[in-house]
Design a protein around this ligand. Structure first.
Ligand SMILES: [Zn+2]
Length: 471
């Protein structure tokens, strides 16, 4: 009885038809059939229970977007085949879907699973509204495996740039004086980096493309007259993905004492000069007006000149020593600490950021070296001024001119006349105020008049890096 019951329970499992027929042998067969079917099902679906994730390969992707670019993505899955591939670009805090491909479409035309697929992706940032800058490429792929609650195995790849640019300094000894100039020659292996020399708080951009070897760069730099002899300096390069490298070099900053000068302000000078200046209403007397102009206006004008020197041509226009205003006597030097005295009282202080040279009134003023005129016009205390870009951040300025004979954009050669000397601005007599700047930092022009200094500190370094520099 007990055996029968168990069999009945078994028979409940096998198809009803078998129960109706009731023959023992048939029953045994019918027991085997479901097992066989089960095995077949397992055989069919086993590959779809695989646990291997798809493989993703990316070629030609640059993790910085500026211009149009293309790259390829190859996705493959050995086990069950691909279900879904999504390619997304993350830039400027937004997601840009480049491809969203669903591959598991079933139907009469489905010719089995897709085991591998290659995507040729074209990115046109302007057209697609993708901002310039670093970008992260994110690719996800799911396969047809039944694992993970039928979602398949997921593979995810993110491409961005975390490699620091390779920087090495080529020039050897760098002796600089406070208020003086210097040059570093170095190599940056990665294209499209921002590079230059950091001197304390000041950054001096470097230039490439001047040498046959495109990886060689140079940067002119200055030690501001206010910076100490222990000011740190190093070459720095930042790639477009924001990775930053620094490279040190041997340098010494020589100390320098600047001269002190006393200037007496007369009523005659004030009566002659103050009318051409504007000052706030609370500067009632001419001397109050002078004090405001000599400090606040001077600060604004100096800043304006520095701003004119922010952008410079990537070229070395100049050649040989800079020309000093001919037949002139020096009236004031670079870095002079000036004390202004009126009626026996010190009323103002200023530092002189150029060299004053006096000749015969209205003498023709020559360009100190080859370059491009970048500014002609009045600048407050400096009066009528011309600024010349000599390339790679080096500039010269000519102030207090009575007339200007050039225009911005014109190329000039060393010795070409650019105007005549005068006393416009805050000048008490006819003279030329000659200044030199490196990326807006004022430097002592005396070094640039000296052929030996140029040879030792600039030309020899450039030549050693492989460029013939005629001088
Ligand atoms: Zn001056």
């Amino acid at each position: 009885m007990r055996g029968r019951k168990r069999r009945v329970r078994w028979l409940l499992i096998i198809p009803v038809g078998a129960v109706l027929r009731g023959r023992k042998r048939r029953v045994r067969w019918l027991l085997i059939i479901p097992v066989v079917i089960l095995c077949a099902v397992i055989a069919v679906f086993a590959p779809r229970l695989e646990g291997e994730s798809p493989k993703i390969a990316v070629e030609g992707f640059r993790p910085y977007l500026g211009a149009d670019c293309g790259f390829t993505v190859t996705v493959s899955d050995k086990g069950s085949g691909l279900r879904h591939v999504k390619i997304v670009l993350q830039a400027g805090g937004r997601d840009f879907v480049l491809s969203d491909d669903v591959l598991d479409k079933q139907g009469p035309k489905a010719a089995g699973p897709v085991m591998s697929k290659k995507y040729k992706v074209r990115v046109e940032p302007r057209r697609m509204g993708i901002p310039d800058g670093p970008a992260v490429l994110s690719i996800s792929a799911e396969d047809l495996s039944l694992r993970n609650w039928m979602h398949g195995n997921l593979a995810k790849v993110e491409k961005n740039d975390t490699r620091k640019p390779d920087v090495s300094v080529l020039s050897r000894h760098h002796y600089v004086t406070r208020g003086g100039s210097g040059l570093v020659v170095y190599r940056v292996m990665e294209k499209g980096t921002t590079h230059g020399v950091q001197v304390g708080d000041n950054f001096f951009p470097g230039y490439d493309g001047l040498f046959d070897d495109e990886t060689v760069c140079l940067a002119f730099f200055a030690v501001d007259y206010r910076q100490d002899t222990d000011t740190p300096m190093f070459v720095v390069a930042t790639d477009r993905a924001g990775n930053r490298s620094k490279a040190g070099f041997y340098y010494r900053i020589r100390p320098k004492k600047f001269a002190e000068d006393t200037i007496r302000i007369s009523d005659g000078f004030l009566n002659m000069k103050m009318p051409e200046f504007d000052a706030p209403g609370d500067s009632k007397t001419p001397i109050e007006k002078f004090v405001w102009i000599n400090s606040v206006q001077r600060g604004k004008d100096t800043k304006k000149i520095a701003n004119l020197c922010r952008v410079s041509d990537s070229a070395i226009y100049w050649k040989g020593p800079f020309l000093r205003f001919p037949n002139s006597a020096r009236r004031a030097g670079f870095g002079d600490k000036r004390q202004y005295i009126y009626n026996g009282r010190t009323v103002s202080h200023a530092v002189h950021m150029g060299v004053d040279l006096a000749s015969v009134a209205h003498s023709p003023v020559p360009a100190a070296n080859n370059g491009k005129i970048v500014f002609c016009g009045r600048i407050g205390i400096f009066g009528k001024t011309v600024v010349i870009d000599h390339g790679c951040g080096l500039f010269s300025m000519y102030s207090h001119l009575s007339s200007i004979t050039v225009h911005p954009g014109r190329m000039v050669a060393r010795g070409d006349y650019i105007g005549t000397s005068g006393m416009t601005g805050l000048a008490g007599g006819d003279h030329l105020h000659f200044g030199m700047m490196i990326h807006g930092v004022f430097v002592d022009p005396v070094e640039w008049w000296d052929g030996t200094w140029i040879e030792n500190n600039i030309t020899s370094k450039i030549e050693a890096a492989g460029v013939k520099f005629e001088s």
